[in-house]
Design a protein around this ligand. Structure first.
Ligand code: TXA
Ligand code: MG
Length: 309
């Protein structure tokens, strides 16, 4: 795996690779992404192939400045602008009408596009150096665990990229919150690093979760099985002293890891600790059930999918 420190020289090399239609694994504040030039359909095809991702699942486009929005989105409703001003740069993805100049392949043929402005300085520097927007899904093979540190990137996937830029541990540890802004009222398509309470406080209105209401679903990427380690993952009310897993108490054996009791801290470490346990070749990983409260809803979403057989 070609892991590079994010020096100015290496960021310039990575930008050149992007310009040349190659793939680069990049750090973001949420998780690592598998990035390419969002305006290059051949490069986009390589991203889908490297992930083994179904062609029906759209990619998120990453920009570095507000003025880049006009090159990727055809229309930015006032409510979207309000959310962008409040949460960008940061882990919020807004689904907007796609600009005609952006290839339809980036959003799996949809008329919309998911856009976000990452806050990770390495991601920002790379986007600026490449003079383009970056299409980047999370850098995990389809349905598998997402990497939140450079050495957790799957080797086969990394082999499809020119470089892996090392930006340290992702600060949030879970993916961005995806909100559809094209339907009048905003709708949460994927829970994530920004909580529903934060969104509701910013807008003063309730945010509905698409999966929880009746009617047609518009979130093509929310597969039931997702984020899964190789080991079988089970969410359990109690983890036995001899079991392997993530626990809230003092570890009772070498294959137990104590997790923080605060949801943000828990989210930050969730994928990396699962990666760590999974690298030990265990059959089963238990995760002690966190509280069933709104603060934990994004984490519950990930645990529920990771536990799907
Ligand atoms: O934090 C993140 O969002 C990371 C980092 C790398 O930015 N990226 C990420 O991308 O998680 P990905 O491809 O693993 O997940 C993108 C999610 C999927 O659920 C996809 O369906 C949804 O965003 N999405 C993207 N564009 C969309 C669109 N136009 N309409 C509806 N959903 C969209
Ligand atoms: Mg993903």
């Amino acid at each position: 795996m070609n892991i590079l420190r994010p020096t100015p020289h290496n960021i310039a090399l990575a930008a050149e690779a992007i310009r040349a239609g190659e793939l680069v694994v990049i750090p973001t504040e949420t998780v690592y992404g598998l990035a390419c030039d969002a305006f290059n359909p051949a490069a986009i095809a390589k991203v889908y192939a490297a992930k083994g991702r179904p062609a029906s699942n759209p990619l998120i486009v990453h920009i570095a400045e507000f003025r880049d929005l006009t090159s990727v989105a055809a229309e930015v409703p006032l409510a979207a602008m309000t959310l962008a001003r409040k949460f960008w740069p940061g882990p919020l993805t807004l689904v907007l009408e796609r600009a005609d100049t952006l290839p339809k392949e980036v959003s799996a043929g949809l008329r919309t596009v998911g856009v976000r402005m990452p806050s990770h300085p390495v991601a920002q520097l790379l986007i600026e150096a490449a003079h383009t927007a970056l299409a980047a899904p999370s850098a995990n093979p389809f349905t598998r665990l997402t990497p939140t540190r450079a050495r957790h990137v799957d080797e086969k996937l990394a082999a499809q990229a020119a470089f892996v830029l090392d930006g340290g541990d992702s600060a949030m540890g879970i993916e961005s919150t995806v909100v559809d802004m094209t339907q009048g009222l905003p709708e949460v398509l994927r829970l994530g690093a920004i909580s529903r309470a934060d969104l509701e406080a910013a807008m003063g209105i309730p945010f509905v979760i698409a999966e929880e209401r009746d009617g047609p679903q518009r979130s093509p990427g929310t597969h039931e099985k997702h984020y899964s380690p190789k080991a079988k993952l089970i969410v359990a009310d109690a983890v036995g002293d001899a079991d392997a897993g993530l626990v809230f108490h003092e570890p009772k054996n070498d294959n137990q890891i104590q997790m923080p009791a605060a949801p943000k801290e828990f989210a930050k470490r969730l994928y990396s600790e699962l990666h760590e346990l999974d690298s030990r070749g265990l059959d089963t990983i238990l995760v002690e059930a966190p509280p069933v409260t709104l603060e934990w809803e994004a984490i519950w979403d990930r645990l529920r999918r990771a536990a799907k057989a």
